[in-house]
Ligand binder design. Structure first.
Ligand SMILES: Cc1ncc(COP(=O)(O)O)c(C=O)c1O
Length: 419
């Protein structure tokens, strides 16, 4: 929590005070396996000799079966998975890559890493991709790839996206950092396009501190991803791998970017996979409780969610229909009551930066009035699984009090310590 500007406590006695960044403990079976690996010293995934099947290879097999894809490649972050995805799709320096305007810094970062040029697509009121804007840009800019971010678990109609991409011969990569375990119309996100990328960083649905997974059904993409991730030609230690003739096509022309997942990270993740359905249900209950608590709060609105979206919300977003100075008042009112809420409309890059106007390394973009307007009023609350129904009620009361107080302030007047 940001304590730098913490004002005095509120007089009304409403106090939350829980650490919303608290993660779930790692299952005992995972800890035991990680300790056993540490005792053996075998922390790396590839070895020239011995030690059976590496944990990442088993994880890849289990995760691919879970989402229903042919291949999975375990890497050291979702950012790395997205970078490898772009490289495996043949993105070259200067190529254009369409991407979501509502996303987190590692997404444009992966495009910059591939020396490509990001072109942002507008965001709708429900925080998903604006399909007419996607179609317009797909038709005119000559992009090779659309890197679609299901930011904060808001799933765009991926079938419609796929149709647009197919019409203009654009490859589709899904950033599923926030949608592991989530489905669109019954099908796992990450399996609609050429490649799906997931994160296992702390705060995600499963946690290895840092880590990422790339899934694909394509033999050539899988072989390149394995080689680029840094298998040192020991690709036969992958259980899921294309045939030798596919590697023969790529082994002399594919660089090693050393983005492997370690044995220990995979050992920590494998027992967590089985927990995904139960965690999903618990997150959904928390979301529903909070949505109910926010339902009658003036100036607050939640996005309307599509019936085909089976989402796994590890956070909740809402729009606050107030001016930016009033929103600053709102945040202070919440903080005074021990509730840390993040605002996508912040003027300066802060913490997990996620406003496209802060990424000055991007090439010049067309005006983005919709995305700008949405982010200006968009608030974000982490929802750890430890939140109880009573916590959700209390959060609702605090948000109500803060919104009412903020709305009573002159719309142009910043809080005293911010002016
Ligand atoms: C929307 C989004 N995409 C991608 C990533 C990248 O994940 P990682 O930190 O594993 O690189 C994140 C990280 O939080 C994210 O929020």
């Amino acid at each position: 929590m940001n304590t730098a500007n913490t004002p005095t406590l509120a007089a009304d006695g409403l106090w939350f005070g829980k650490d919303l960044s608290q993660s779930e403990p790692i299952p005992e079976a995972a800890i035991e396996q990680a300790v056993a690996l540490m005792r053996s010293g075998r922390l790396h995934r590839y070895g020239e000799q011995g030690a059976g099947t590496p944990e990442p290879s088993l994880l890849e097999q289990e995760y691919a079966a879970y989402v229903g894809s042919k291949y999975c490649v375990a890497v050291n972050s979702c950012g790395a998975a997205m970078f490898l995805a772009l490289k495996a799709l043949g993105v070259k320096p200067g190529d254009k890559v369409l991407t979501s305007s509502f996303t987190l810094a590692p997404v444009p970062g992966a495009i910059a890493h591939a020396c490509a040029s990001a072109v942002l697509v507008e965001t709708r009121d429900d925080y998903t991709t604006d399909l007419p804007d996607l179609e317009r840009k797909a038709a005119t800019i000559g992009a090779k790839v659309f890197l679609l971010s299901h930011m904060r678990g808001h799933i765009t109609d991926v079938r419609a996206v796929r149709e647009i991409c197919e019409r203009y011969d654009i490859a589709l990569v899904e950033d599923c950092a926030h949608t592991m375990g989530a489905r669109w119309d019954g099908q796992h996100t990450g399996t609609f396009g050429h490649i799906g990328c997931y994160s296992t960083q702390t705060y995600k649905h499963i946690n290895s501190g840092e880590g990422g997974l790339l899934v694909t059904d394509d033999d050539d993409i899988a072989a390149q991803a394995i080689l680029m991730s840094g298998c040192y030609m020991m690709y036969d230690q992958h259980i899921l791998r294309p045939g030798p003739e596919v590697f023969e096509r790529w082994r002399y022309v594919t660089p090693n970017f050393s983005m492997r997942m370690s044995n220990v990270a995979a050992a920590l993740l494998r027992p967590q996979l089985a927990l995904l359905p139960e965690r999903g249900e618990r997150w959904r209950r928390i979301y529903d409780n909070l949505a109910q608590a926010f339902a009658s709060v003036p100036h607050v609105s939640l996005p309307v969610r599509d019936g085909r979206e089976d989402f796994v919300p590890s956070s909740i977003q809402f729009s606050l229909d107030l001016s930016p100075p009033q929103i600053e008042h709102f945040l202070i009112e919440c903080e005074t009551r021990g509730l840390y809420i993040k605002w996508f409309g912040l003027r300066v890059p802060t913490a997990f930066t996620s406003h496209f106007e802060h990424w000055h390394y991007l090439p010049e973009q067309a005006p983005m009035p919709k995305s700008r307007g949405i982010l200006r009023q968009l608030l974000d609350l982490r929802t750890p699984l430890s939140l109880t129904p009573e916590d959700c009620q209390l959060i609702g009361q605090i948000v109500q009090r803060a919104a009412t107080t903020a709305a009573a302030q002159p719309p142009g007047e910043l809080p005293k310590d911010k002016s």
